[in-house]
Design a protein around this ligand. Structure first.
Ligand code: NIG
Ligand code: FE
Length: 411
């Protein structure tokens, strides 16, 4: 399959060399682009691009797209989701409107435990059907790669069930998918008051099975107030890295949990959420290979405080953004809305926000060598927008779907 896209008004995020490191600090303000451009693909890869009229003969192409008035750019990389789940939690949404906090709902046996009970009753086939529909939805908004976590099983059998669903999605979906084992998402009711024993079970029973079946690329822990302590997280990460799993940590959503520093110590690929990020956390992240990842959809949905993103970027950090698509704190995987929230709530410039949801979020899920920028030889996962004036319109026109077509693997 050979594709030519011509008359592109703006071809965004063009990087001749895929950056080895994420785009950080003041460099996040630069969004390299070509105006009046063309791009060709060969099989699943970006072959070439340039400016002006394409004049090498159009007959060799299987499809030619005229992108006049449209932007072409890399598809979003959504580096943090929980999109394999059963049912939904709109009743808790009402409780939240009436004033209950996320933690109060959890303490009543709701929240993650509610999803866990429902998941237990749902077959692998049904979970696959539900998750596939969510993948279709995020594709319609322009996502081309997604990380998906377990963490609603909370026992060996159900965690494996979730991870097998993710493995199946990897096989059948055109999206690039990474899977993360999040056995330590919450302590299930039968271990209440016995959290240490649950951590032992994650380490001694879940992890060996996950590794044996090669079900996960990454390991995650919800390291925060009311969930798992730094010591417990340390134990789990220590065991997981021995199995070759790279950490990605839920940290500092509810408090200065110490999760960021621990993530850096373990060379985590990313630390995510980060509403509670102070000078010590910024200092720990600077110079590390760990990507600070913001999840503004969760802060929006739960009415939480906003992570100090301006301060983080101005201190020289790179940041990524992801949707956190999950039934409790962010029931949407719309990365265009995340882009808008980045600009509106974090005061990121459009260039910074676009870098955060393409090249930097590709890094945060370990795929920046093949995705996240327009680079020869990278996978042709491309957004073609509806007719729009310029890229600043993308975050500005919040809540509206600006994607006309998504090319995945060159098709
Ligand atoms: O990333 N913070 C922890 N876990 C999820 C929420 C999961 C849920 O409520 O179902 C999150 O926000
Ligand atoms: Fe999450």
């Amino acid at each position: 399959m050979k594709l030519l896209i011509k008359n592109i008004s703006q071809l965004l995020q063009v990087r001749d060399e895929s950056p080895e490191f994420p785009v950080s600090g003041a460099k996040m303000r630069a969004l390299p682009l070509l105006e009046n451009a063309w791009l060709t693909t060969n099989n699943n890869l970006i072959e070439d691009y340039g400016i002006g009229l394409f004049s090498f003969g159009e007959s060799e192409f299987d499809e030619i797209i005229d992108a006049s008035g449209r932007i072409v750019m890399p598809a979003w990389c959504d580096s943090h989701t929980h999109l394999v789940y059963a049912g939904s939690r709109e009743i808790e949404f009402i409780d939240k409107i009436k004033g209950l906090s996320y933690e109060e709902i959890f303490e009543r046996g709701g929240g993650i435990l509610n999803s866990s009970a429902l998941l237990h009753l749902t077959s692998e086939a049904d979970l696959l059907t539900q998750a596939s529909a969510r993948l279709e939805e995020i594709i319609s908004y322009g996502t081309g790669a997604v990380e998906i976590k377990s963490g609603y099983g909370l026992n060996v059998e159900d965690e494996l069930k979730m991870l097998r669903v993710i493995r199946k999605l990897k096989e059948i979906s055109p999206l690039t998918i990474k899977s993360t084992f999040l056995g330590a998402h919450a302590v299930p009711l039968n271990y209440k008051g016995n959290q240490g024993a649950y951590v032992d079970m994650v380490i001694n029973e879940m992890l060996p099975e996950v590794a044996r079946e090669k079900l996960a690329d990454y390991i995650d822990v919800f390291c925060d107030k009311g969930f798992f302590t730094v010591d417990e997280t340390d134990r789990i990460l220590n065991a997981a890295v021995a199995y070759g799993l790279i950490p990605k940590i839920h940290a500092n959503e509810l408090d200065y949990s110490g999760g960021i520093q621990l993530g850096v110590k373990y060379k985590a690929l990313s630390v995510d959420h980060l509403e509670f990020t102070g000078d010590d956390e910024i200092a720990a992240l600077l110079g590390s290979g760990t990507m600070p990842t913001l999840l503004p959809g969760a802060a929006f949905f739960l009415n939480m405080q906003w992570a100090p993103v301006r301060k983080m970027i101005d201190a020289g950090l790179a940041v990524a953004m992801a949707s956190d698509f999950n039934p409790g704190s962010s029931p949407s995987g719309n990365m265009q809305f995340i882009l808008s929230l980045g600009c509106i709530k974090f005061r990121m410039l459009p260039e910074e926000a676009i870098n955060a949801v393409t090249i930097n979020s590709a890094y945060a899920m370990g795929v920046s060598d093949t995705l996240g920028s327009i680079t020869r030889g990278k996978i042709a996962n491309l957004i073609i927008t509806k007719p729009i004036s310029c890229y600043e319109y993308l975050p500005y026109s919040y809540g509206n779907n600006k994607v006309e077509r998504l090319i995945l693997n060159g098709i």
